[in-house]
Design a protein around this ligand. Structure first.
Ligand code: SF4
Length: 647
C-alpha cells in the first residue's frame, strides 16, 4: 500500500453479535470522495442500513468517524462524528463531538469504527493502538457516565480516552447522548440509545501513533498561523472566558430570549442566567485537542441545596433549553439539570424541549397532576424539572412517555399535545419565527431542527454576503431574498467542518468572523496534510455530495415535500412580545424559499428527491437507481413506537 498521509487508510468493523473484529482498508478513491468523519459515516449509513429498520433493533449500524486532520496540530481538529439511524426521528442520526477521543482514535490507527449487530450481554470495546478487544462490561453497566468513565480508566489506564453511555442510553431513552471523557457530549439524535440497544457501554481508545503529514513544515506553519489568527480575533477574550454562554449575556440575550415553550419572548429575571453569573461557579477552563479557544469550563457549586455538584458547561443551548424554555431563572437549578443530563447521558436540548412541552400540556390540562405522577410540572418549578430528568433517564412513570422525546411523546398523548411541539422532522430546536434564513436552515437540516447543520452566520452581515455570495442584499434579515444561497453555503461548509474535522466555533459558524479565507485555509492545510492538491471546487462538490446523500437517506425513510411544513405555533401564532413581537413565518413565503433552495440543491421541488441529473453530477448514480426502485414510498411519521398513554 502506498504511503497514506493525513488519514490512516484503515477502519475497524466490529460485529457485536458474532464477536468478530476486522480491519478494512479505506482506499484512495473512497477517501477522496468522502473526505472523512461525517462523510465516511454517511456512506456507510446509506450502504448498510436497510430502509424501514427499527433504529433500536440489531440491524442499525453505528459509526464513529474522524477525518484527515484529526490527531494533528490543525486548530480544533480533535473532534469526531457518531452516526446511525436516529431512534428519535427515524431519519439521519449524527452528532459531532469535541474532547480528545477523535485524536486518540486516529492515533490508534483508524479513521472509522463501524459497529454492527447486538451483543447478548453488556460489552465495551478496547482499542490500544493495534490491539482491539471486545470486553465484558457487566461491572460498568448500571453506572452513570462519570463513575463508568473513572472505573474504566482505573481498569485500562488513565491515558485511554473513553466514550460511554449512562442510565439513559442503557434504558433506550430516544434522546440519550454519548459522553466523551465525561464532559463532551455527542448530544443530538439519540446516538446513546443506539449504543444502549447494542449493549455497548463504552469505547476506550489509547492511540499513541502519530499522524503522517505529507508536508510537515508547511503544515506546521499553517497550523501555527491559524492559532495566532484565532488568538488575535477581537472576540477571543470573551469567548475563552464565557464559552458559548457569552450569548446568555445581556448584550445578546434579548435577541434569544424565547421562553415558555415559545409562548413568550419575555422571561423576567433572564439576566440571572447570564454568562457573567456562570463565572461565579467556574473552577477551571478546559480545551479540546489542538484548540486555543478553550471554551469549556468546569463548574463547582460550593453552597446551598446543590453544594458539591460539579460538571462541565453549561453551554448557551443548555441554558436556553433548561432555563429559558422551562421559565427557570435559578442558575443553580440549570447547573444541577446540566450535571444530571451529562451524568445520566441525556441531550440537554431535547431534555429541555420535552420538559417545556410537558409543562405546556400541564398548563393546558392536556395532562393532569396524576398523569405526571404527582410532579407539579409548573413553569419555573426547578424541583419538578430535576425530578423529571431523573424519571426520564430511568423511564419511571410519566418519565417513560417523555423519554420518547417531545415529538414522539406528543404522538403518544394525542393531537392536542402534538399541536404545541415545535419540531422539524421530529427534532426540536429554537423558535423558527426569528427570520426566514433561520427558519429555512431548520427546515432543510437533514437531522431535524438544529443549529449545527446550517444556521446562517452571514445574516445581517452585508460585507460577508458580498464577499462570499456576491450580493450584500442577501444579508437583510427580513426578506426571503437570496436566503437559499446563504443556507446552502453554510450547510456545505458545516459538512466540511464535520469531515476534516474542525470545530464550528473555529471560523465556520458564529463567533469568529467567517470569510472566504475559511475555504482557503481549509484547502491549504488539507493539501499540506494529505499531499493531495485540493481545490475549493472539489471540496464544495464533496460537501454537496454528502448533504445530498443525507437527503436521499431521509427520502428513503419516507421524507417528502409534505414534511417541509411549519409546526402549528410557528405558522399560526405571531410572537406576542419581546424583540421579535409580531413576527411569524408565512408558509407561503417559506414555500417560495424552499423552491429556490431545492433548485439550488438540484432536488426536485415537488418531491424533495435529489434529481437524477444532480446525483450523476455528484457521482452518486446508484442512489438515484435505488430511490427509483423504492417508489412509491410510505410517508414518514416518526420512528415506530410501542408506548401508550392512558390518562
Ligand atoms: S472551540 Fe470549544 S468546543 Fe470547539 S474545539 Fe475548542 S474547546 Fe472544543
Amino acid at each position: 500500500m502506498p504511503e497514506v498521509y493525513g488519514w490512516t487508510g484503515k477502519r475497524l468493523r466490529v460485529d457485536l453479535k458474532n464477536k468478530k473484529i476486522t480491519i478494512e482498508p479505506l482506499v484512495t478513491r473512497f477517501r477522496k470522495k468522502w473526505l472523512g468523519g461525517r462523510g465516511f459515516n454517511m456512506k456507510v449509513l446509506w450502504d448498510e442500513i436497510k430502509p424501514g429498520i427499527d433504529p433500536l433493533g440489531e440491524d442499525n449500524v453505528l459509526c464513529f468517524g474522524v477525518g484527515p486532520l484529526a490527531g494533528t496540530l490543525a486548530s480544533t481538529s480533535g473532534r469526531f462524528n457518531v452516526s446511525a439511524k436516529s431512534p428519535l426521528t427515524g431519519l439521519i442520526g449524527d452528532s459531532n463531538c469535541g474532547g480528545h477521543f477523535g485524536a486518540a482514535l486516529k492515533g490508534a490507527g483508524y479513521d472509522q469504527i463501524i459497529i454492527t449487530g447486538r451483543s447478548e450481554e453488556p460489552v465495551y470495546l478496547l482499542i490500544k493502538n493495534g490491539r482491539v478487544e471486545i470486553r465484558d462490561a457487566r461491572p460498568f453497566w448500571g453506572k452513570n457516565v462519570y463513575k463508568a468513565t473513572v472505573s474504566l480508566k482505573e481498569d485500562i489506564g488513565a491515558q485511554s480516552m473513553v466514550v460511554c453511555i449512562g442510565t439513559a442510553g442503557e434504558n433506550l431513552v430516544r434522546f440519550a447522548n454519548i459522553m466523551a471523557e465525561g464532559c463532551n457530549a455527542a448530544g443530538r439524535t439519540g446516538m446513546g440509545a443506539v449504543m444502549g440497544s447494542k449493549n455497548l457501554k463504552a469505547i476506550a481508545v489509547k492511540g499513541t501513533r502519530g499522524v503522517k503529514i505529507a508536508e510537515p513544515e508547511k503544515f506546521e506553519k499553517l497550523a501555527k498561523h491559524r492559532f495566532d489568527e484565532l488568538r488575535s480575533e477581537a472576540f477571543y477574550k470573551a469567548f475563552s472566558m464565557y464559552g458559548t454562554t457569552v450569548l446568555n449575556n445581556p448584550e445578546w440575550s434579548s435577541s434569544l430570549s424565547q421562553c415558555k415553550n415559545f409562548q413568550s419572548w419575555n422571561l423576567p429575571g433572564i439576566d440571572k442566567l447570564s454568562g457573567h453569573n456562570t463565572l461565579r461557579y467556574v473552577s477551571r477552563l478546559k480545551s479540546c485537542t489542538a484548540c486555543p479557544l478553550s471554551c469549556h469550563r468546569l463548574y463547582n457549586i460550593l453552597t446551598g441545596s446543590y453544594a458539591g455538584d460539579r460538571a462541565a458547561g453549561p453551554e448557551f443551548e443548555t441554558v436556553a433549553h433548561l432555563g429559558y424554555l422551562t421559565m427557570n431563572t435559578d442558575l443553580e437549578v440549570v447547573l444541577k439539570s446540566n450535571t444530571l443530563c451529562n451524568d445520566l447521558g441525556l441531550d440537554t436540548m431535547s431534555a429541555g424541549h420535552v420538559l417545556a412541552n410537558a409543562m405546556e400540556w400541564y398548563q393546558r390540562g392536556i395532562i393532569t397532576h396524576k398523569d405526571a405522577g404527582g410532579v407539579k410540572l409548573e413553569w419555573g418549578n426547578g424541583e419538578a424539572q430535576i425530578q423529571m430528568i431523573q424519571k426520564i433517564a430511568k423511564r419511571e412513570g410519566f418519565g417513560d412517555v417523555l423519554a420518547e422525546g417531545a415529538y414522539n411523546a406528543g404522538r403518544i398523548i394525542g393531537d392536542e399535545a402534538l399541536r404545541y411541539v415545535g419540531h422539524v422532522k421530529g427534532m426540536c430546536h429554537l423558535d423558527l419565527r426569528q427570520g426566514y434564513a433561520f427558519a429555512l436552515s431548520r427546515m432543510t437540516s437533514t437531522r431535524g431542527s438544529d443549529h449545527l447543520r446550517g444556521d446562517p452566520s452571514m445574516i445581517s452581515n452585508p460585507e460577508a454576503c458580498k464577499k462570499i455570495l456576491g450580493d450584500s442584499k442577501i444579508a437583510y434579515p427580513v426578506t426571503i431574498y437570496g436566503k437559499e444561497k446563504m443556507v446552502v453555503w453554510q450547510e456545505n461548509i458545516n459538512v466540511l467542518a464535520d469531515c476534516l474535522p474542525r470545530c464550528k466555533n473555529d471560523g465556520i459558524q458564529y463567533y469568529f468572523p467567517i470569510s472566504k479565507r475559511v475555504f482557503k485555509d481549509i484547502v491549504e492545510i488539507l493539501s499540506a496534510a494529505t499531499g493531495v492538491d485540493w481545490t475549493t471546487k472539489e471540496l464544495n462538490l464533496i460537501a454537496e455530495r454528502i448533504y445530498t446523500l443525507e437527503q436521499a437517506f431521509c427520502v428513503r425513510e419516507g421524507i417528502n415535500r409534505e414534511h417541509y411544513k411549519l409546526s402549528w405555533r410557528f405558522a399560526q401564532e405571531p410572537i406576542p412580545d419581546g424583540l421579535f413581537k409580531g413576527s411569524i413565518v408565512s408558509q407561503k413565503e417559506l414555500d417560495e424559499l424552499l423552491d429556490g433552495y431545492f433548485n439550488q440543491r438540484g432536488w426536485d421541488i415537488k418531491s424533495a428527491v435529489p434529481t437524477r441529473g444532480k446525483v450523476s453530477e455528484l457521482d452518486l448514480i446508484e442512489v438515484a437507481d435505488e430511490l427509483n426502485e423504492l417508489l412509491p414510498r410510505s410517508s414518514w411519521n416518526g420512528p415506530p413506537l410501542d408506548k401508550k398513554f392512558i390518562a
